[in-house]
Design a binder for this molecule. Structure first.
Ligand SMILES: [Zn+2]
Length: 95
């Protein structure tokens, strides 16, 4: 398998795209697990904090997001709103 396809395959089969839902407000945060760390990812804003997006405005996470959605290869987790602040804090500290 070509390296590019392998990356895409892992992205989907390992459900590296993660949806975090905060209750009861229903706020959503998306992240994607990269090779070295977890990135903040926002399909609505067409944004990803990975190096590919940063340097080239090109990101295979965003490119393959519709595919992951259509195949239901996304992991979603529910949190309480109390955890929203600390969650954002730890996410931003890694950027
Ligand atoms: Zn990305």
């Amino acid at each position: 398998m070509a390296p590019e396809l392998k990356k895409i395959d892992l992205l989907l089969s390992e459900k590296r795209i993660k949806l975090h839902i905060f209750e009861p407000s229903q706020r959503n945060i998306w992240t994607v697990v990269g090779t070295e760390k977890e990135y903040w990812f926002d399909p609505d804003l067409d944004f990803c904090s990975c190096p590919g997006y940063y340097f080239n405005n090109k990101c295979y996470h965003l490119d393959n997001f519709p595919l992951a959605m259509s195949q239901n290869q996304i992991e979603s987790t529910t949190f309480s709103d109390d955890e929203y602040g600390p969650f954002i804090g730890s996410l931003l500290s890694e950027l």
